[in-house]
Unconditional design. Structure first.
Lengths: 150, 584
């Protein structure tokens, strides 16, 4: 099976999103992040994943969704350029193969997703899926609000 | 050749291999982008190789590097304009040295003939330097050409001399002809085989072992509380726990090595230096079996070597003078390692002439490091030698290196989270005391609570802990009087900009000391002292203000490590923006 066109689909609020499967190292059960000061507001803290400290980026806050934590809330852990970062999503849906032809690349619509991270919009079973590049989103996003004094 | 030398050569080979890998990378970078900083690094590598090889007795090797170093100096000082061809020459030299090092691992006394290589390299550069120098002026040429024979009358002859000196033997193919000097049994013996494993792999192993122990404990606990229904299962779990614990200890010990090889290398340095200087110095070593983290061991060698060199060069007197002042003819350098809980103390003592506080003071004033009206006691005066810019070595000699000062030693020790103290009695000797943490990754920390969240504060950053229930604050809680001094008080949760709730009551105060200044920080609660494993933040979170990293606390929760010194420095800078000297 070709991994290049496989995407992991997940919900933030009631919106369905997808990101290349290979961008995600693992999916982890939700745990309450430990608050970390001096960071941007959607960086909600750190968690312990098998003994290592991993930063948490709340995609719900990032995409302006006010959903509550429930049983299906999960972390998508990705090895970004900034180190391992866990992204909070409301529900992990499935893994799907999406052919390149069925992706509408960079459609000229306003989305809550910055165009730089947007791969395109795909249609799966009558549902529209916003495909984002999680790796570059987590890599380029500024996390620190107050840096150490030089 | 005895066992000690074999071990030392092995040590050297490992170090050299790493340096040579960097050399290769540098050459490749230089080829594309010839920056001065890269030549500087290349020079440092060559200089390290020279120093280390000589200190383990590989003189021929050291001499070869010395010639190469001269060539690099030409490029570094821009006496020769860089051409890509030189990077290729440098790479040729690199592969030759690497080949030599590889051979050394199997036979510590092997000598390869690098004449042709060194010749070709220097010839190319010298020709270029001469042409360039001639185009400028004749005076520049003297300094441009390598300084092997400084008294040479004209630059042209000088170059010939370089060639003559390196061309001791001139075989057709340098790599085929191997001259083997000294004993036969050396060929039979091999250096103790070690496997170099990346520290990252061991780190991962330690982490996984830690996790395994936690789960093992949970399994055992569950079995205990559910009653001993299945003796067989209980027995296995019991043994499993025992083995896991042992395995964990063994894993942690992977990083620890005895300091004996470090001491031996220092001894070698002492012997060779005293021979060169005509001084008679004995070495006494105590506590070589004390173990330190391997990284700490590797990084401490260079500063220690520098200190030992200083002791012999500037401390121990010539035999005649020693007899005159009524001391034993032989000088003495004593190296001691003492194991303490969580740390190791290294002592370097000599019985030389000691440090003269007046001279140090005068010199520091001359350099503008202290003002004439500054009041300093003897301890503080001695500590001046650690300031950058205070270097006693004005000329570059084989002994004192190329002008590296004690400030470099200080910085190296601080980088290892260690402490250095100095003591000296005029006429009796000097004593350096270095305290180092046993490992870099495990530290003692105080667990505190702010706004109901636990944080860890490294114990070595805390000067004092004050219980606020027994102690009042003054001036709107912004100041306190402690042992007769007034010190400012800041709320740590404000300094860190932690959101604070309404039930925010400070029960304790942590006092941090930055040089002469002290700052007190209010915290909600001091919980307990714990040994924690420091985990560096990944790059995206790395440079956040006030935090030094993260850790997993004893309850399995992630915790943040508060960088109290950083916060205190920042606070002082804010209230007194003009002075910038708190880092001292």
């Amino acid at each position: 099976m070709n991994n290049d066109n496989r995407y992991i689909l997940f919900y933030i609020g009631c919106e369905l999103y997808g990101t290349p499967l290979l961008d995600v190292r693992e999916v982890v059960e939700y745990q309450e992040p430990k608050y970390m000061p001096n960071m941007v507001s959607h960086f909600t803290g750190v968690i312990n994943i098998r003994g290592s400290i991993v930063g948490v980026m709340d995609l719900r806050k990032k995409f302006s969704q006010n959903t509550q934590v429930n049983k299906t809330t999960a972390f998508l852990v990705s090895d970004s350029e900034q180190g391992s970062i866990a992204a909070v999503v409301d529900r992990v849906d499935s893994v799907q193969s999406i052919a390149k032809e069925s992706i509408d690349e960079k459609p000229p619509i306003m989305t809550s997703v910055n165009q730089e991270y947007l791969i395109g919009i795909a249609k799966i079973k009558d549902q529209l899926v916003t495909l984002i590049n999680l790796h570059s989103l987590l890599s380029e996003e500024k996390l620190i609000k107050v840096t150490a004094a030089a | 050749m005895d066992g000690m030398d074999l071990e030392l050569v092995g040590f050297f080979c490992d170090e050299a291999t790493d340096l040579l890998i960097r050399w290769e990378a540098l050459c490749l970078e230089i080829e594309k982008n010839p920056e001065t900083s890269k030549f500087d690094e290349l020079f440092r590598i060559a200089h390290n190789l020279k120093g280390s090889s000589r200190s383990v007795g590989l003189d021929t090797f050291g001499n070869f590097i010395h010639h190469v170093e001269d060539g690099i100096t030409l490029l570094r000082t821009k006496k020769v304009t860089f051409k890509p061809q030189y990077a290729i020459e440098l790479l040729k030299v690199q592969s030759f040295i690497l080949n030599w090092v590889t051979e050394l691992k199997n036979n510590p006394s092997i000598i390869l003939d690098g004449t042709a290589i060194a010749d070709a390299f220097l010839q190319t550069l010298n020709d270029a330097s001469l042409i360039e120098a001639f185009n400028q002026s004749n005076n520049d040429v003297l300094s441009a050409a390598p300084v092997i024979a400084p008294e040479a009358p004209t630059p042209v002859i000088e170059v010939v001399e370089v060639v003559a000196e390196t061309k001791m033997v001139s075989p057709p193919n340098p790599k085929v002809e191997k001259k083997q000097v000294v004993s036969k049994e050396a060929t039979a013996q091999k250096t103790d085989e070690t496997v170099r494993v990346s520290a990252q792999k061991i780190e991962t192993l330690i982490e996984m072992m830690g996790e395994l122990s936690i789960h093992q404990a949970v399994v055992f606990h569950t079995l205990q509380t559910s009653g001993y229904k299945n003796p067989q299962l209980f027995h296995s779990a019991y043994l499993g726990r025992k083995i896991t614990r042992e395995l964990y200890e063994k894993t942690l010990a992977l990083r620890m090595v005895p300091v004996q090889p470090v001491f031996q290398r220092l001894e070698r340095t002492v012997r060779e230096m005293s021979r060169t200087l005509g001084k008679d110095v004995e070495v006494e070593m105590i506590g070589g079996e004390v173990e330190l983290d391997k990284t700490v061991c590797e990084k401490i060698i260079e500063p220690l070597t520098h200190m030992v060199r200083n002791s012999i060069d500037h401390g121990v007197e010539m035999p005649e003078i020693r007899t005159q002042v009524g001391k034993a003819k032989n000088g003495k350098v004593k190296l001691t390692a003492v194991q303490e809980s969580g740390s190791v103390t290294l002592l370097i003592e000599d019985d030389g002439k000691g440090l003269n506080p007046e001279k140090i003071r005068a010199k520091a004033e001359l350099q503008g490091l202290v003002k004439p009206d500054d009041q300093l006691n003897d301890m503080e005066t001695l500590a001046l030698i650690f300031l950058p810019g205070f270097s006693t070595a004005e000329k570059v000699t084989e002994i004192s290196g190329r002008g590296v000062g004690m400030d470099v030693v200080m910085r190296a020790v601080e980088a290892l989270k260690g402490e250095i103290k100095i003591g000296s009695e005029l006429g009796k000797g000097t004593r350096f005391q270095i305290t180092l943490p046993t490992t870099l990754s495990i530290i003692d920390a105080l667990v505190i609570k702010m706004n109901n969240v636990q944080y860890a504060v490294p114990v070595n950053a805390i000067d004092e802990i004050v219980n606020l229930r027994e102690f009042g604050l003054e001036k709107n809680e912004n100041m306190m009087k402690l042992n007769g001094h007034v010190i400012p008080v800041e709320d740590l949760s404000h300094a860190l900009k932690i959101r604070s709730g309404n039930d925010h009551v400070s029960k304790s105060i942590l006092v941090a000391r930055i040089g002469q200044h002290r700052v007190a920080f209010k915290v909600d609660e001091v919980c307990e002292q714990q040994q924690i494993v420091v985990k560096k933040f990944s790059s995206g979170m790395g440079n956040v203000f006030g935090l030094a990293g993260g850790t997993i606390l004893a309850d399995g929760q992630p915790g943040l490590i508060v960088d109290l010194n950083n916060i205190a420095e920042n606070y002082l800078r804010k209230i007194q923006p003009k002075e910038q000297e708190y880092a001292a």
